[in-house]
Design a binder for this molecule. Structure first.
Ligand code: ZN
Length: 136
């Protein structure tokens, strides 16, 4: 189900807790909400739809990917860039890494270990920041 985007910064600064099998509906809602907003958004974290669980949905080179409990375990090639966020006004400067290795679970609770680069890596870093209660 498509949900409203949360803009309350004090709520968004609360770190999210690990997702479990009970959160699969939230994962689906997050994907539905991302699909509804593809004209202005490339990724969402669950707290942006009001659920403080570690779930993100991203656009990855034209496909859509839902990640449960994503964790970056390797970073390389830092750079500075500017980002916007559906929950915030304007554009803000931030530091990102061109290559990241991420451990995460699929919605079938299969563990994955995958390298992402470029824009996909940037989106994942932004959304994992949301899971940690960090706003750009
Ligand atoms: Zn954001």
């Amino acid at each position: 189900m498509v949900k409203e985007i949360v803009k309350d910064e004090s709520f968004l600064q609360i770190p999210s807790t690990p997702a479990t099998e009970e959160d699969l509906q939230t994962a689906q809602d997050l994907l539905d909400t991302l699909l509804e907003n593809t004209d202005r958004c490339v990724g969402l974290a669950a707290n942006m739809i009001g659920v403080s669980k570690r779930i993100i949905a991203i656009e990855d080179e034209g496909k859509f990917l839902v990640m449960l409990n994503p964790k970056i375990v390797k970073w390389s090639q830092p750079y500075f860039t500017e980002e916007a966020c559906l929950s915030l006004e304007g554009v803000r400067k931030t530091k990102r890494f061109r290559y990241i290795k991420v451990l995460y679970f699929t919605t079938d609770f299969q563990l994955r270990f995958k390298t992402f680069r470029g824009f996909s890596a940037q989106i994942i870093q932004h959304e994992i920041d949301h899971c940690n209660g960090v706003l750009i």
